[in-house]
Design a protein around this ligand. Structure first.
Ligand code: IPD
Length: 272
């Protein structure tokens, strides 16, 4: 079996590709943007930029790493090379925070992660509007613009600023709203910013204390979760499950247990 590329090498590729992709998304936003199609519900939109940016990323990865696999939000899975199965898989969200992008709100980003043998080892999230860029490779810390990131040291859930998000399906949202209506009485406050990948990076910086959400896809969280982990956050699901579509919790070690227990008591993984 071929030796796996170093995480650092994959990270450098991800950074270059993400910068070009973010530049395209920025330019397309400046030229004007509209909804190209809807996906799971009428509010789950895709713009021409989502598709163009994902194509650009996939084409760049095909040139640079022709034997790898890619999983992208808009076009799904593609095996780039002919030698299956690929050891390296790229997980791509061309524009996380599509609704913010549509409205010109500056909280949307390109997210690219690299997995080796099923483990995320490198990731970059780049804010399309502000140019903020968060990076991590496994065991080498999380960084933004040359500064090493450390998560919040908050120990009291009652003082924690907690970020979350909502799905697109109205029935799921109703359940998520019931959970957050209870939780908001037990924490400092709640934020719903609208781009899970960036949310995780903000928590990695301590610009909020903790994050949770039900319903995330792999592309929403792969890069951001590595940034968060490398900044010292614990990441998990409920009841010992791995983080995934049922639940992603990212919290500093002292807050993980209390937040987990509140979410479990509120059946935050339940509902549709
Ligand atoms: C969405 C955003 C949002 C989160 C949703 C995601 P998209 O991704 O990350 O913050 O709450 O669950 O689906 O659709 O903008 O790529």
């Amino acid at each position: 079996m071929d030796s796996a590329p170093a995480p650092r090498e994959l990270l450098e590729i991800a950074i270059d590709v993400a910068r070009d992709a973010a530049a395209t998304a920025y330019r397309m936003r400046a030229e004007g943007v509209s909804v190209a199609a809807t996906k799971s519900t009428v509010t789950d939109v895709v713009t021409a930029a989502d598709r163009a940016v994902e194509r650009q990323i996939t084409d760049a990865l095909r040139r640079l790493r022709p034997a790898d696999a890619v999983l992208g939000e808009e076009y799904g899975a593609a095996e780039l090379g002919t030698e299956a199965p690929a050891r390296v898989r790229w997980i791509v969200d061309p524009i996380d925070g599509t609704v913010n992008y549509l409205y010109g709100l500056p909280h949307c980003g390109v997210s690219i992660a690299a997995e080796v043998d099923g483990e995320v080892v490198a990731g970059v999230v780049r804010n399309i509007q502000t140019g903020e860029e968060w990076t991590a490779s496994v065991g080498e810390g999380a960084w933004r613009d040359g500064r090493r990131l450390r998560c919040s040291t908050e120990t009291d859930l009652g003082q924690a600023l907690v970020v979350t998000g909502f799905g697109y399906d109205p029935a799921r949202r109703a359940h998520q709203a019931r959970v957050v209506a209870e939780l908001i009485t037990q924490v400092r406050d709640i934020r719903r910013l609208g781009a899970a990948a960036i949310d995780l990076c903000l928590v990695a910086e301590g610009r909020a204390d903790a994050y949770y959400e039900k319903g995330l896809a792999a592309w929403d969280q792969a890069a951001g979760a590595l940034v968060a982990t490398e900044a010292g956050l614990l990441i998990g699901g409920l009841e010992g499950l791995t983080p995934g579509p049922d639940m992603v919790i990212a919290a500093p070690p002292a807050l993980f247990g209390p937040l987990h227990d509140r979410l479990a008591a509120l059946d935050a993984s339940g509902g549709p």
